[in-house]
Design a protein around this ligand. Structure first.
Ligand code: FEO
Length: 397
């Protein structure tokens, strides 16, 4: 696939990875792209340098427009190797190029690549003139690494936003108006939930700082470029930054002999009949990428596990570990599960929910061997009580 001109003299020169299905545990069912951008002006700049293994494609695309040896600046907006993996190969060709990065970016690149590169360290407020275009730099530490920064071209109202606003979404279209909007927004949400959810306050702060920028194009490091739906994606980020709850509860569980499953069903029925749609999700058959995305905008996370060897099932522990790292905000919940002769799973699930930041709104619910009618009634009523709290929380009648 050829390069694409996204603004006069500015080109997308990235790589479309149709085949990638796993991104350190994140399931990328629609592939991804590693975006790089070339600015051809009196001076020439390359923004980021794709994942390792794809330099041949990047160099081909750059060569459509200029001799890669003439690159003056290689901007590293983000050190993670899916964007810096081919920096050395580019610098082997562009021998006079300066590497532009934040101090943390320089530190990270030196550790990863040990290259004797010529750096220009930048911070918020710094800029470099290329001629008709100016690169202005905005450090965005912990969005999502300490090194991260945006590069903004005021003359073009163009923001290179690295991972922010990205999507793992391979497509032949390069812009938001050239792809299926539902698929695009779904992928943007999955990306936010799995990569950025735990950084909500940083996102909110960055969105606030970006308000003063005139933007008519956002070019992220993954997926398509936003030009028609900028207000939509910014509005979505504002909601996601606070994990804004919708009228939805998740009952997440695994079961050994259907006892915990029976409890889960009764809790979900109580929620549903109380006016809150509940999703019953068995963590052993749903991948964590999907589950984390459901958590992002739910109102409550109720987690159940039977006891195995005094602890929770490994499938539940795996989910809880993943979600604990993502630290969803403002969720209600509680723990439940069955056991044989001795319990152990449910208190541990509760502790992990608390460590995740979930507000516990019901005492643990347990039962021995198999729930009887009275125990299922307790589960059902817990669902109803939780439904009332959720409706109050999100201001439903
Ligand atoms: Fe796409 Fe954080 O790298």
């Amino acid at each position: 696939m050829k390069s694409t001109e996204i603004k006069p003299g500015i080109y997308w020169v990235g790589y479309i990875d149709w085949d990638v299905r796993d991104f350190h545990g994140y399931q990328t069912s629609r592939g991804s792209t590693y975006n790089a951008y070339l600015i051809v002006d009196e001076k020439i700049a390359l923004i980021d340098a794709v994942k390792g293994g794809y330099a041949y494609d990047l160099i081909d695309k750059i060569s459509e427009h200029i001799d890669p040896a003439k690159i003056d600046y290689v901007v590293s907006n983000h050190t993670e190797p899916d964007h810096s993996g081919e920096l050395q190969r580019i610098l082997d060709i562009a021998k006079n190029a300066k590497v532009v990065a934040t101090q943390k970016g320089k530190d990270g690149l030196e550790k990863y690549y040990e290259g004797n590169w010529d750096y220009e360290v930048v911070k918020t407020g710094d800029s470099i003139s290329l001629g008709k275009n100016t690169m202005e730099f905005i450090a965005t530490p912990m969005l999502h690494w300490p090194d991260s920064m945006f590069t903004y071209i005021p003359e073009q109202k163009l923001l290179f936003s690295m991972d922010a606003f990205g999507q793992h979404f391979a497509s032949s279209g390069r812009f938001d108006d050239q792809v299926d909007i539902c698929e695009l927004l779904a992928e943007a949400k999955i990306y936010y939930a799995n990569i950025i959810m735990h950084l909500g306050s940083t996102v909110a702060r960055t969105l606030k700082a970006a308000e003063k920028l005139e933007i008519d194009m956002i070019a992220p490091s993954h997926g398509v470029i936003w030009r028609s739906m900028i207000a939509d994606i910014i509005s979505a980020y504002q909601d996601w930054a606070v994990c804004k709850p919708t009228n939805k509860a998740l009952v997440l569980y695994d079961s050994m002999w259907h006892s915990t499953e029976m409890m889960a069903v009764s809790i979900a029925e109580g929620l549903g009949n109380g006016g809150v749609p509940a999703k019953l999700l068995n963590v052993s058959i749903n991948d964590v990428t999907h589950l984390a995305t459901e958590v992002l905008d739910c109102a409550a996370v109720i987690v159940g596990s039977p006891t195995l060897n005094n602890g929770m099932l490994p499938t539940v522990a795996s989910f809880m570990t993943y979600i604990q790292g993502l630290q969803p905000k403002g969720k209600l919940g509680f723990a439940f599960g069955s056991h044989g002769w001795a319990g152990g799973a449910v208190p541990k699930v509760r502790t992990m929910l608390e460590d995740t930041g979930v507000e516990i709104v019901h005492e643990n619910i347990t039962c021995k061997y198999k729930p009887d009618a009275e125990e299922l009634k307790v589960c059902y009523e817990a669902g109803q009580i939780l439904a009332e709290k959720i409706k109050t929380n999100i201001c439903l009648p």
